[in-house]
Ligand binder design. Structure first.
Ligand code: C2O
Ligand code: CU
Ligand code: CU
Length: 507
């Protein structure tokens, strides 16, 4: 053999071995990445129902709640104590509940050893009360936001929002539900909290021994993805039900994971509400996709003595096979088992008409804006605490066109408002997007047109946020700020607000 030939043979084998190694590594990553708990959950733990927060009425009729952010420990599994954070307890927080028209005040104490905030996701309220990154509560500090509830009945939630650290604070357990009631306009739906009206706060988790493992996997550019789910902080949960119809208030409180909820037997259910309230009429579906921060209220019909499982199914709309595999789209979870009693109390049928939508119309819009979602920032800019990105006029309606061509899933959340989805890729939105929304999922290749009305009050110096609610992206800077001003007004000087350096004051 000539020398050249020998060199070629050696080179050839080296290339082959390398190619095999790379291919093998890829195959190993590919096949080892998708997660499924389907059929594997023993459903041995009774579902925890977050207690309704106690409240008292002030002299002037304000309903006052107390929340304390604190570190704690929780035994998610027998004999293993996990370090956690929670509101008024070790993990998650109580469900706040107030009536439309009521004045509320929440007295928050930060018992953590770092600064945080408490944001009222989905709530229409003054910017100063919003609990975004400009309303930091120092370690050991307190904050007492107050406002008047002025929106339809809805399933809202609260969680911290410190710029750059939201993912961590939520992952450790700081989140809770806030139910708004509107008794005057309540259709006949299951409404006994914890009985036939259940909070279902879904989060994905991963444990390393007793501790949370919040590491991000190789090529997981959506953020942290856990390998199992829990509901209301309960692993492998079951719930006994004794009513013919059960309302589930689904909240995706996960930091990065999107779910496609349905039932193990593919039964249909009635979607009666979206993020910010009831739909005009129920939508009969067998799947509902919820990205981080989104909610849906569904009513499911039970038969005596049966068991069914709320499941999250694989999704094929992320951005192709690669994204689906590495960002959770191929995953499936058995989330919650419902066990029906042998005799069920009869429930009224889901009414055909639920509510009158209180949403802005496209024809009222006075201007349009465009938002291009990229992981590196919205409209090409990373979030800056002292920069106002958009200035809107109080009392006006706008259309916002939001586009994701970034090759990965994102979503879009706007503070203070509930908006109407006008179009999804130029088409009429599907029924589950026709109610009040504050967060929408935008897989790669999606453009949505929204109608938003900004009802103030004007405050040129205090911004509201809009952002991707995949918290890793938000923390990285996929967020912008808008202020509401009076007609002819300008944005003021929004304080730079170095994280954690000051305490928000009571007003
Ligand atoms: Cu759920 Cu800006 O937040
Ligand atoms: Cu929010
Ligand atoms: Cu994102």
């Amino acid at each position: 053999m000539s020398r050249i030939k020998r060199v070629l043979v050696v080179l050839g084998s080296v290339v082959t071995v390398l190619a095999l190694a790379v291919g093998g590594l890829f195959l190993w990553l590919w096949t080892g990445t998708d997660v499924s708990t389907v059929g594997k959950e023993p459903f041995e733990n009774k579902l925890a129902i977050p207690p309704l927060a106690e409240s008292r009425l002030d002299k002037d009729g304000t309903r006052v709640f107390d929340l304390r952010m604190q570190a704690g420990e929780k035994e998610f599994e027998d004999g293993r104590k996990t370090a956690t954070w929670g509101f008024n307890g070790a993990y998650l927080g109580p469900t706040l509940r107030a009536e439309r028209g009521e004045k509320v005040r929440v007295r928050i104490a930060n018992g953590l050893d770092e600064a945080s905030t408490v944001h009222w996701h989905g709530m229409h309220l003054p910017a100063k009360m919003d609990g975004g990154p400009h309303q930091m509560i120092a370690a050991g500090g307190s904050w007492s936001p107050h406002w008047t509830i002025d929106q339809p009945a809805a399933t809202l939630w609260y969680h911290p929002h410190p710029h750059g650290a939201t993912e961590k604070h939520v992952q450790r357990g700081l989140a809770g539900m806030f139910i708004v009631d509107d008794d005057a306009r309540q259709p006949d739906l299951p409404n006994r909290y914890g009985v036939d009206d259940l909070p279902v706060i879904v989060q994905d988790v991963k444990f390393d021994g007793a501790d949370f493992d919040h590491g991000k996997g190789f090529m997981q550019n959506a953020g942290f993805l856990g390998d199992r789910t829990m509901v209301n902080g309960t692993l492998s949960p079951y719930q006994e039900v004794a009513d013919e119809r059960v309302r589930l208030r689904l909240l995706n409180a996960s930091t990065a994971r999107t779910y496609s909820f349905g039932f193990s037997d593919d039964r249909a259910f009635a979607v009666v509400g979206t993020d910010g309230g009831l739909l005009e009429r129920p939508a009969r579906l067998d799947r509902i996709q919820l990205s981080p921060g989104e909610r849906a209220e569904v009513v499911v019909r039970m038969r005596p003595g049966e068991r069914t499982v709320l499941r999250s199914f694989p999704q094929d709309n992320y951005a192709g096979a690669w994204q689906q595999r590495f960002n959770g789209g191929d995953d499936a979870f058995d989330v919650l088992q419902l066990r029906a009693a042998d005799r069920l109390r009869p429930s009224p049928e889901v009414p055909g008409e639920l509510a009158r939508l209180e949403l802005p119309k496209e024809s009222d819009a006075v201007r349009g804006r465009h938002f291009d979602l990229k992981r590196s920032g919205i409209n090409g800019r990373e979030m800056a605490m002292n920069r106002v990105d958009e200035t809107v006029v109080r009392g006006t309606t706008e259309t916002w066109t939001v586009r994701n061509a970034n090759g990965m899933p994102h979503n879009f959340h706007v503070h203070d408002v509930q908006f109407r989805v006008l179009e999804v890729n130029g088409e009429v939105p599907p029924p589950e997007l026709r109610g009040p929304k504050d967060t929408v999922f935008l897989p790669h290749g999606t453009t949505m047109k929204l109608a938003l009305r900004f009802d103030g009050p004007a405050d040129p110096d205090t911004p509201y946020m809009y952002h991707c609610h995949l918290l890793y992206h938000e923390d990285e800077g996929m967020m912008g700020q808008f202020v509401v001003v009076e007609k002819g007004g300008r944005a003021g000087d929004v304080a730079g607000g170095a994280e954690g350096s000051h305490t928000a004051h009571d007003h």
